[in-house]
Design a protein around this ligand. Structure first.
Ligand SMILES: C[S@@+](CC[C@H](N)C(=O)[O-])C[C@H]1O[C@@H](n2cnc3c(N)ncnc32)[C@H](O)[C@@H]1O
Length: 297
């Protein structure tokens, strides 16, 4: 069975009890949703968002395999969590006792989606969570201006060789469009000095992170989501967010701190909650996970 990141810790901060309603903004393989459904039995409901239609279909199968009756307590939404307030209102989903975001991509997207999320497979450079979006990684690489590409590599990837990489992209695409992951990896191999190619973090990680954030507008979506989530939470309701890199975590940390200062929410943890040793040993994704949570007052 799929054990989601920080499962126990998420249950502790969201503290679901019988018959409460929760929103899972990034439902994925339904690991957290199943845990919440168990604690909010017999009648608690989950509004389950995922931007990826294939993920929604798989989540339905996963939940049904556990117990088909659970599906009656889940409302599936194939949309971005950025539309959380409007969708919760249109579904008359309230009161909301807790909201969860587990940011980034799922292991299915990384391993079997065929959309170029992994630099270890040769796939089309797509990187969209939602196939209804127009912007793809191919579009950025083959049509954006050099300085815009350098900007996202620097800002979203914190890539020290952003200028060199963007320069090489422009040079290469004049000869032949950059269409697949293997082509981009071989371009990085040419540009990034060899001694930086053997660091602890793979040299392609930063470029991939930057492209994924840009394609899916991840930081902006998170910023737009936060005030809406606070707004639709019931007083005493909880908001929990798991982030995987410093750019996301900074947005969450600052927003939560300001709410605490303004006495709109109470921080449930001063320092982010990280995975324990057993979880870190079990899977790599847990290694960089940081959970922050607040309670609305
Ligand atoms: C890390 S996975 C979630 C895993 C899930 N918590 C579980 O227990 O299986 C993140 C999911 O969020 C989805 N996602 C990413 N951005 C989204 C957005 N803006 N709105 C809705 N879903 C999004 C992805 O498609 C992916 O399935």
């Amino acid at each position: 069975m799929h054990i989601p990141v920080l499962r126990q810790e998420v249950l502790e901060v969201l503290a679901p009890t019988a018959n409460q309603n929760f929103i899972d903004g990034t439902g994925g393989a339904a690991g957290h949703t199943l845990a919440i459904l168990e604690k909010s039995a017999p009648a608690g409901r989950v509004l389950f968002f995922d931007w990826d239609i294939e993920t929604i279909a798989r989540a339905k199968e996963i939940i049904a395999a556990q117990d088909a009756k659970l599906l009656e307590r889940v409302i599936f939404i194939n949309d971005s969590y950025v539309n959380i307030a409007a969708i919760a209102a249109s579904k008359k989903f309230k009161p909301v006792s807790g909201i969860l975001l587990d940011l980034g991509l799922s292991s299915d997207q990384l391993e079997i989606s065929g959309r170029g999320f992994s630099f270890q497979r040769d796939e089309p450079l797509d990187m969209r969570y939602s196939l209804n979006q127009e912007l793809t990684a191919r579009e950025i690489l083959n049509h954006w201006e050099e300085r815009e590409i350098a900007r996202i590599l620097k800002e979203y990837g914190e890539e020290p060789f952003a200028r060199q990489i963007s320069g090489a992209i422009i040079k290469n695409r004049k000869i032949k469009p950059i269409l697949n992951t293997a082509e981009l990896v071989s371009l990085l191999v040419q540009v990034i000095p060899p001694k930086f190619q053997h660091a602890r973090i793979n040299f392609a990680t930063r470029t991939w992170q930057a492209l994924r954030i840009a394609v899916n507008d991840e930081l902006d979506n998170l910023k737009r989501f936060l005030p809406q989530a606070l707004d639709i939470l019931a007083v005493g309701g909880r908001l929990a967010i798991i982030s995987f890199h410093s750019l996301e975590d900074r947005i969450v940390k600052n927003y939560f701190r300001n709410l605490a200062k303004e006495k709109k929410a109470k921080l449930l943890n001063k320092k982010p909650i990280m995975a324990g040793e057993s979880e870190i040993n079990r899977k790599t994704r847990g290694r960089s996970a940081k959970l922050r949570a607040i309670k609305k007052i």
